[in-house]
Design a protein around this ligand. Structure first.
Ligand code: PLP
Length: 423
């Protein structure tokens, strides 16, 4: 499987049936596993042998999904979670505790921003937000002795700026902390952050991985390419009293981080993905390469159409040559820039509301990244509680429409946008 190309891994990775076993990944809808001896269970609990104990911690269907994603991203292991928010939360808490600190690009998904600026703060973890376009020296100024990670998104949501992996990974290396990347919008088909110096990857699997808007889930992938024994991460090196003194780095080597996340955090917080959702997400992944190709192709065509439309003030899509991230997009997203774009409609808020009410093929939903084209006008919906100043600082202008371009026929999508803009 390791030599397979990404399309083959997407279709066949993670699950290899033996003689006369089901061809399709089965749903192991079982909380519990049966053993022949007490000794076997004791070894499982001591992490001496691999196997399933209880489905809060692992399950065969979920495990197959984890193995497929790990193979697609090129990691050494993965941990599925109940949502993307849970993935980000556990990815941080696995290496950062009260009294410690992380640095994050300011261009983040709203849920991640509120997790970082409110909830982690209440847990005693401080986050410094940096402008991702700042110089290496300016970003380094935000690091402290207790800084444990640097975080960014491959494609920022909703700004659609592309992460400068070379810059961020060189800072991470120099400062001795891992680079954690949210790769939700790109997916491993369009970009593999681990190949560009990231150490940990997180996803909201709710988006393109599932791809059909059927289930909420998340995943953490361990690159196995960070030296945790550098003096900053004693919890990965010293004995864990909650697991009979297991030493993660010594016992699990390259997989230390992801084993610890499961053994401690999934056990204690219980943010577990259900086997049924893992089954649906695995099925979604079987067409990831085809969908991402079409999402990207359709989004670029729609962006080019909107650019020329007299009712459109501006278009933001990293695949357009006038986009500020265009050269980074060419470098890191050579297969396409995914399916999300934003544009400004002439006539501001009222025109935005009128447009949303006039589309027929595209639907108004508070979601992105599934096969159906959808639109939202943040100023009158998701961001309506904010003041005008807050809206502007979060990048949401009154004329902004966010589009998640689906995989329908592009001529139908364009015709729908044209009639709604002219309404
Ligand atoms: C949706 C999203 C999340 C949160 O994921 P959930 O599955 O909704 O919890 C995190 N990051 C990005 C970039 C997202 O789009």
């Amino acid at each position: 499987m390791n030599n397979w190309k990404i399309e083959t891994k997407a279709v066949q990775g993670g699950y290899t049936p033996k003689n006369s076993e089901p061809r399709i990944l089965p749903i192991y809808q079982s909380t519990t596993y049966k053993y022949d001896s007490a000794e076997h269970v004791a070894k499982l609990f001591d992490l001496e042998i691999e196997g399933h104990m209880y489905s809060r911690i692992s399950n065969p269907t979920v495990e197959a999904f984890e193995k497929k994603i790990a193979a697609l991203e090129g990691g050494v292991g993965a941990l599925a979670t109940s949502s993307g928010q849970a993935a980000t939360t556990l990815a941080i808490l696995n290496i950062c505790k009260s009294g410690e600190h992380i640095v994050a690009a300011s261009t983040l998904y709203g849920g991640t921003f509120s997790l970082f600026s409110n909830t982690l703060k209440k847990l005693g973890i401080e986050v410094s937000f940096v402008n991702p376009e700042a110089s290496i020296d300016d970003i380094k100024k935000h690091f402290k002795d207790n800084t444990k990670a640097i975080f960014g998104e491959t494609i920022g949501n909703p700004g659609l700026n592309i992460l400068d992996f070379e810059k961020f990974s060189s800072i991470a290396k120099e400062m001795g902390v891992p680079l954690i990347v949210d790769n939700t919008f790109a997916t491993p088909y369009l970009c593999k952050p681990l190949e560009h110096g990231a150490n940990i990857v997180v996803h909201s699997a709710t988006k393109y991985i599932d791809g059909h808007a059927s289930s909420v889930g998340g995943i953490i992938i361990d690159g196995g390419n960070f030296n945790w024994n550098n003096g900053k991460y004693p919890d990965l090196v010293n004995p864990d009293p909650s697991y009979h003194g297991v030493k993660y780095v010594e016992q699990f080597g390259k997989q230390a981080y992801i084993v610890k996340a499961r053994a401690q955090l999934l056990r204690d917080f219980g943010a577990t993905l259900s086997p049924f959702n893992a089954f649906l997400m695995n099925m979604g992944l079987e067409t990831l390469h085809l969908r991402m190709e079409r999402h990207s192709e359709n989004a670029l065509k729609l962006a080019k159409f909107l650019e020329k439309h007299p009712k459109v003030a501006w278009v933001n899509y990293p695949g357009l040559s006038n986009h500020k991230s265009y050269s980074l997009a060419n470098k890191y997203l050579s297969k396409g820039c995914s399916g999300v774009l934003t544009f400004g409609i002439k006539g501001g808020k009222q025109a935005g509301i009128k447009f949303i009410d006039s589309v027929k093929l595209a639907a108004l939903v508070v979601h992105v990244a599934d096969v159906r084209t959808s639109v939202i006008h943040p100023a009158s919906t998701t961001h309506r509680q904010l003041t005008k100043e807050q809206q502007i600082s979060s990048g949401v202008t009154e004329d902004l429409i966010r589009v998640s371009v689906g995989i329908e026929n592009i001529e139908d999508i364009i015709a729908d946008f044209d009639q709604a803009l002219n309404a």
